[in-house]
Every structure is written in C-alpha cells, then in structure tokens.
Design a protein around this ligand. Sequence first.
Ligand SMILES: CC(C)(COP(=O)(O)OP(=O)(O)OC[C@H]1O[C@@H](n2cnc3c(N)ncnc32)[C@H](O)[C@@H]1OP(=O)(O)O)[C@@H](O)C(=O)NCCC(=O)NCCS
Length: 181
Amino acid sequence: MTPTLETNRLCLQPLELADAAQIQMLFPHWEIVRFLAGRVPWPYPSDGAETYIRTMALPAIERGDEWHWTLRLKSEPAQIVGCINLMKAEYHNRGFWLGLPWQGQGLMSEACDAVTDYWFDKLKFPVLRVPKAIENPASRRISVRQGMRVIATEERQFVSGKLPAEIWELTADEWRSRKFR
Ligand SMILES: CC(C)(COP(=O)(O)OP(=O)(O)OC[C@H]1O[C@@H](n2cnc3c(N)ncnc32)[C@H](O)[C@@H]1OP(=O)(O)O)[C@@H](O)C(=O)NCCC(=O)NCCS
C-alpha cells in the first residue's frame, strides 16, 4: 500500500483511477511533456490519463514495482497540482511533473525530498538514479540541490526527440549524511 506523505505545503496522495480527469486537464502541455521519456504519447490522446493509470500505473503499483502520488496543496486538497512517482529500474527511479500554474514556487523540491526519504528509509533501496535532459534546468536544479552526482551522459529519447541527457545518482548514505549534517 502506498501511504499518504506530507511536506510543509503539500499532501502526496496515492494515485487512483478517479484522478484521471484532473490529470487529463493539467498534463498535456508541451512545456510539461517535452523533456519526459519518449514513451509518453504526443499528441496526448483524450483518454491518455485514464489509460495510463488503468493499464500501466495501477498494475505496476499492484506488482510492487512502482509508487505513484498526486500532489495537492494542503490549502486546497481537492485540486491536483502535479504527480510524482518512484520506480524499480536500473537508471530511472523517479519521475515528476507539476501543472503550469504551480511551477516555480519550490513545490517539486518539497515533494522530491519526501519521496526520496521514502525510497531510502521505507523502501530501503541503496541508490536512486534518474535520467534528465541537459536542456531541463529546473529538473537538474532539483538534483543538484539534493546532492546528486552525474554518473553518465548519453543520448536519450524524450517526447521532443533524441537529446543529450545525464544520469544522476544519489546513494542512501549520501542522502542520510546530507540530511543529518
Ligand atoms: C521540473 C519541475 C517539476 C520543477 O518544479 P518546480 O516546483 O517548478 O521546481 P522548484 O520551484 O522546486 O524549483 C527547482 C529549482 O529549479 C529552478 N528553476 C525552476 N524553474 C526554472 C527554469 N525554468 N529555469 C531554470 N531554473 C528553474 C528553481 O529556481 C529551483 O532552483 P533552486 O533550488 O536553486 O532555487 C517543473 O518545471 C515541471 O513540471 N517541468 C515539466 C516536467 C519535467 O520536466 N519533469 C522532470 C523530467 S526529468
């Protein structure tokens, strides 16, 4: 069972099929999808959120391979503002996006800290790795702020095409020593 998590301003609630309608309204914007993995369909179909949640996210959660949350402001908990997820994989363990009206306020930094704690402290994985387009400064800043390191650079397929990318890595020991410094 994926638990609800909290940060100063956010409530992270486990993803449900009922969230599809709100996600379908917020997610399909070029500014949001362009640096996401190339498997995200674009143009985004009118049932894209519902199909993704029902056929991919929920079965992966069931299998114990992925953990997904919707982000909501504590001040307006009925409104979804974005999503974040964790995944078992060698090089892609975390993904996130935030609706355009809520970007640039430090919200994803808060959400990332909460799920990174969950990855290391509750799920007990030894390392977290994420690929990022070099052209995506907001996402890279989150990695820098969390003390992650670049371990590889390679071309990867994003929604906007093949682009130079970096693989960022953080170990459980690095995360704990940073937290308790
Ligand atoms: C990446 C994303 C989630 C960041 O969310 P956010 O809540 O706006 O990010 P924050 O406000 O926490 O900012 C994180 C850092 O990026 C910086 N930043 C934010 N937007 C930026 C921009 N457009 N250009 C450069 N830096 C930016 C912030 O100043 C902050 O840096 P700091 O910690 O040094 O102050 C959001 O931009 C988004 O949804 N992008 C589209 C989806 C995406 O690219 N996901 C990641 C795929 S790897």
